[in-house]
Design a protein around this ligand. Structure first.
Ligand code: ADP
Length: 402
């Protein structure tokens, strides 16, 4: 995207690189004339009258989300756009570019363009105040008098790659995590098969014991692949908003019934608080059921020690209009606050061993978040150590006027 955008904008700016008459610029520089009012407000930070670019060019470049800095042959700043001012507080007309961006990679690229007259690219990352990644393109630019002397100048575009890099990191982490999660049960399966083929070949007791363990590992792999498939199916439809009308009261009732056995086995009382009315939303019934099942299952698994789970569904008013609020509250040990913002990340678990022991995959809440997003809803988590957690899903209510 960057590569397509930069040349396009640069070409357009080049076409608009119309200079004001030399005498007027010189007069303003010497302080004998007022800046040309016809030039309009300066688009970027520098005063319009001192800019080598026409007002149109400045306005065009000011729409760029990338920082754009025109520099002289000596690498001093001649003009910069709005994004540059936001990205580099220290950028000043007439001061060296290296003061605005103290980056060796960029300085080297500028030197190279000066020496060869050919465009260059530079990439770097910065750690302070937060980790960020940038890519700059430096291109030669021929200006008309008076700015042509002692130039030709250069134009530097700096694109912030941080969001892109973070997404790439997340994708890499996801593949690494998924492979790791599959490899662990696979390794134990292989180990047990080898034992049964070798030393324990004739040992009926070990064989029975191992077959049980192998079954558990195979189940674990199945749960993981089912969750991965479910996640990828939901992601594929992320931008398709459901149009069927679903009664959430029905969905919540079904989810509670489906979870009764699991709750009974864990000795947890499952309570249901439902308003006596329909709660229509635009939704996919299976996906909404999956959301409630995942939340109730988690409440039983991680908050079941409180002995009670309260599931509720009701209308609510928010700033963005009427919603249906579906809540699952447990009275268990709660979640330490530093973990709460990360719970919906794939494979994020507060305690990996506990999650494994309770047949977790670390994908349940990621699936919930994706489904809720697809339904234009919001998921909020409130938790207090020692008191318990409440997971609430808010979905836009279908009203009669809608
Ligand atoms: P898992 O498959 O491990 O259950 P989830 O994505 O569903 O994965 O949940 C991620 C983690 O969030 C869990 O491993 C657990 O540590 C924590 N968690 C989820 N729900 C609760 C809850 N109700 N109480 C305490 N911790 C919870």
């Amino acid at each position: 995207m960057v590569y397509e955008f930069v040349p396009l904008l640069a070409a357009a700016a080049g076409a608009l690189l119309v200079l004001r008459p030399q005498s007027a610029v010189a007069a303003v520089r010497e302080g004998v004339a007022e800046p040309d009012p016809a030039a309009g407000p300066a688009g970027g930070a520098p005063a319009a009258a001192q800019s080598p670019l026409s007002v149109d060019a400045q306005q065009l470049l000011d729409t760029s989300p990338d920082a754009c800095v025109v520099i002289s042959q000596e690498a001093t700043v001649v003009w910069f756009n709005r994004a540059a001012r936001e990205q580099m507080g220290a950028v000043r007309i007439g001061s060296p570019m290296a003061f605005a961006r103290r980056v060796p990679e960029l300085v080297r690229a500028i030197d190279k363009v000066r020496a060869t007259g050919r465009p260059e690219r530079a990439r770097w990352s910065e750690k302070v105040p937060t980790r960020r990644w940038y890519e700059a393109t430096v291109s030669p630019l021929t200006l008309s008098p008076p700015f042509a002397e002692p130039f030709p100048a250069m134009v530097v575009y700096i694109h912030d790659l941080s969001d892109q890099q973070r997404l790439e990191r997340m994708r890499e982490d996801f593949v690494a995590n998924a492979s790791h999660e599959l490899r662990t049960p696979l390794a134990s399966l292989t180990g047990m098969i080898e034992t049964l083929q070798g030393p324990a070949r004739e040992d009926a007791k070990t064989r029975d014991q191992f077959l049980g363990l192998m079954r558990e590992q195979a189940d674990r792999m199945k749960r993981l692949t089912d969750s991965l498939l479910s996640l990828s199916r939901i992601e594929l439809r992320a931008h398709v908003h459901p149009t069927d009308v679903v009664d959430c009261a029905e969905t919540v009732r079904s989810a509670v019934e489906m979870s009764r056995n699991v709750a009974d086995e864990a000795d947890v009382r499952l309570e249901l608080a439902l308003a006596d009315e329909t709660l229509p939303v635009h939704g996919d019934p299976d996906e909404l059921l999956q959301v409630m099942n995942n939340l109730i299952e988690n409440a039983v698994k991680y908050g079941g020690d409180g002995g009670r789970i309260l599931v509720s569904a009701r209308r609510d008013e928010t700033m963005s209009g009427p919603v249906v609020a579906l809540a699952v509250q447990d009275f268990g040990k709660g979640i330490p606050p530093e973990h709460v913002p990360r719970l919906t990340e794939r494979f994020y678990r507060v305690d990996i061993e506990e999650s494994r022991a309770r047949r977790g995959t670390g994908l349940g809440l990621a699936i919930v978040k994706h489904i809720v997003n697809r339904h234009r809803g919001r998921l909020t988590v409130r938790s207090t150590i020692g008191t318990g957690s409440t997971f609430t899903v808010r979905l836009p209510l279908v009203t009669e006027e809608a």
